[in-house]
Write a protein that binds this ligand. Structure first.
Ligand code: PRX
Length: 659
């Protein structure tokens, strides 16, 4: 970590005590930290009791073969039963599970736990009829409609691990995921509503299926939900309508109970190489971690709270804090299909007002966008139901924190800034709303049962006031178990940096302040964070280089006021491409969108004659970042050819650089 980053840290001295009322009735109090620390396994066993087990475990943790953990060894349970059936059996079938809000106005659905049970059972029966068995993988490529939740739970119910692919990913990205996890069935829809228009999904699945097939992998069935009614191409040998096979299926389904370590899902996420990693989560530990943290960090009171997490189901936040955590806890929640500005700005605040949302979980990038639009918009709505606000995806900068607190939370609702990752499965570092005096910009302390720390190069804990690498020192229940099909990569990626100590290295830099509270400083590897979404520089570079006009590419994440970081690319064209033509920048941006998806589309592409490299050939992204962020270029002494930076600057000033 550079000295500059560390010294740039804000000297924040504001802090906000928990509201007295909340603290008095908080689900988790200060004593939890003291109780958990001496015996973490006992603490997690206590949390696992939150779930219904068909058979209790014999051993809490098997860490005999690190880093391959097994939690709740010998236990058996069903994730869908825990998220749905047990609430119905407890007499809460009439309770609303989902207040679903479609993007078109007045397009809403109210789904009770009893409704959800019927739908999940029907879908489970339909998937079984399509030949899906326990252990088979099912891909889900859906918009934010209730069927997405139903599909995930139906898979869980029959023990078929799901892999949800964000609907904004391209067909190529979908194809590589289908092939990597060998998905037997894909569940999709004709389309979904975004920004006031129907946006198609099925064609991307058709392309992805064809592409996977060329690579030797065939999907057996595509199950299609009709959402928008738009035209779709149909292949009778593969495609089936959801309303044909699910609606007519029986709502009776006796669920089977699976081993606590049975795979629950695979979620692909960007790493430092071009190939996304399939993060594997299993059942008992993951459900324990998500259920506990959702209850503890949001202080959920299931009988009175209305919870809303604005994430998409295609990301881990949607998995842990829309589906598994909240539903395991029997929460009532809002689920919204569309964008915050459709049909006009203020839609989110309208929804909070309409449904009396009490717990609200969103990302700093969204908050910064609203700040720019001005407080007049949220001020038009009654947001007084809100009693707690959450943030996730990147550090929340103090300005955004204060705005969130004042304008949205009415200076009443505490903010929980939750640090975690796809890999950690559940929140790891966060304030507890009834205990912690939160500081704007800090994720504060590891949750009870979690042992995380900031260490130096050699793995020694750094003193307060210093920065270093964020590590997790002991296994935790919701941790990833491996990378799908690649144990070696799992060990190399997360466990080799501090092999001697046996620490999990998260890839983030962090600092402990004078009180020992943790401040996240961003990734220390080649991973960017754009709007709270992880993107790999290498993956975007590979996408650029796959274009016939491109010889070489280097990508950096440059600071951006709204999205946190933005993708900036430096591209060397092939000689045969000449100057690339007048539309070269747009052509390359579109190409990246096609290869990966719109979120990866570079904000800026600069055509350059050379790239700065060290003598060993490694691209010095630090220098490119200086250019992208309009800073004076830093130390160039390690460059193989120090005139390169002059060449780039000249190339840029001669008008070749383009936005
Ligand atoms: O860099 C950290 C950042 O997001 C990364 C994890 O990204 P992903 O697996 O996509 O999961 C996002 C949702 C959990 C982390 O390595 N990050 C996430 N939350 C925070 C954060 N950085 C700072 N503060 C946070 N609260």
């Amino acid at each position: 970590m550079s000295e500059e980053t560390l010294s740039n840290l804000s000297r924040e001295d504001r802090s906000f005590e928990p509201p007295a009322e909340l603290a008095a009735h908080a689900n988790v109090k200060e004593e939890a930290y003291e109780r958990a620390a001496p015996d973490r396994e006992a603490y997690w066993a206590e949390q696992a009791e939150r779930l219904d087990w068909d058979r209790k475990w014999d051993r809490v943790l098997d860490w005999d073969n690190p880093p391959f953990a097994k939690w709740f060894v010998g236990g058996r349970l069903n994730a869908a039963y825990n998220c749905v059936d047990r609430h119905v059996e407890a007499g809460n079938g009439g309770k609303v599970a989902l207040h679903w809000v479609g993007e078109p106005l007045d397009d809403t659905r109210t789904i009770t736990y009893a409704d959800l049970q019927d739908e999940v059972c029907k879908a489970a029966n339909a998937l079984t009829a399509l030949g899906v068995e326990s252990g088979d993988r099912v891909a889900i490529y859906l918009p934010m409609i209730p069927e997405a939740v139903v599909a995930m739970l139906a898979c869980a119910r029959i023990g078929a691990p799901h892999t949800v692919v964000f609907g904004g990913f391209s067909s190529d990205a979908l194809a590589s995921r289908l092939a990597d996890c060998q998905a037997k069935v894909v569940i999709t829809s004709d389309g979904g509503y975004r920004r006031g228009a129907a946006s198609a999904l099925k064609p991307a699945v058709d392309h992805a299926r064809a592409k996977a097939s060329e690579d030797g992998f065939d999907v057996e069935h595509v199950l299609v939900v009709r959402r928008t009614g738009q035209e779709v191409d149909w292949d009778d040998s593969v495609d089936v309508w959801w309303h044909d096979v699910v609606d007519s299926a029986s709502a009776e389904h006796a669920c089977e109970f699976f081993d606590a370590e049975h795979p629950l899902y695979v979620m692909y996420t960007s790493g430092t190489t071009g190939k996304p990693k399939g993060i594997l989560h299993t059942t008992g530990g993951y459900l324990t971690g998500t259920s506990f943290t959702h209850w503890a960090v949001f202080d959920l009171k299931p009988d009175t709270d209305v919870y809303w997490c604005t994430a998409d189901i295609g990301w881990v936040t949607g998995h842990s804090y829309i589906v598994y955590g909240p539903l395991a806890n029997g929460a009532t929640q809002v689920m919204y299909e569309g964008t915050p500005d459709a049909p006009e700005k203020g839609r989110w605040w309208q929804i909070i007002q309409d449904y009396g949302v009490t717990l609200f979980y969103t990302a700093p990038t969204a908050i910064r966008t609203f700040m720019k639009q001005g407080r007049e918009i949220p001020d038009k709505f009654d947001l007084s139901s809100l009693r707690l606000l959450g943030s996730v995806g990147e550090s929340i900068n103090p300005e955004a924190y204060m705005w969130y607190r004042e304008v949205i939370g009415g200076e009443r609702a505490p903010i929980v800034d939750t640090w975690w990752q796809t890999e950690t499965g559940a929140m790891m570092i966060s304030p507890l709303p009834g205990v912690t005096a939160g500081k704007p910009g800090s994720a504060m302390r590891p949750l009870p049962g979690i042992e995380a720390d900031v260490v130096d190069e050699v793995g020694e804990s750094v003193p307060n006031g210093s920065g270093g690498y964020l590590v997790v020192k002991r296994p935790w229940p919701a941790m990833l178990r491996t990378i799908w099909g690649d144990d070696e990569r799992f060990v190399d990626t997360y466990w080799s940096r501090f092999r001697k100590q046996g620490y999990y290295f998260a890839g983030d830099g962090a600092k402990k302040d004078d009180d020992g509270d943790i401040w996240l400083l961003g990734r220390v590897d080649d991973v960017m964070n754009v709007s709270g979404h992880r993107l790999s520089t290498t993956e975007i570079e590979s996408a650029l280089v796959s274009h016939p006009k491109v010889a070489e590419a280097a990508v950096v994440g440059a600071a951006d006021d709204t999205t946190g970081q933005a993708v900036c690319a430096f591209v060397i064209l092939r000689d045969s491409a000449g100057d690339g033509g007048a539309d070269i920048v747009e052509e390359l941006r579109r190409h990246v969108q096609k290869e990966i998806g719109a979120i990866a589309k570079p904000r800026q592409i600069m055509i350059v004659p050379e790239l700065p490299k060290t003598r060993s050939g490694k691209i010095m992204r630090r220098l490119l970042k200086d250019i992208a962020e309009h800073r004076e270029v830093g130390d160039v002494t390690t460059l193989a050819d120090s005139s390169v930076m002059t060449l780039i600057s000249e190339g840029l000033s001669s008008g070749k650089a383009e936005d």
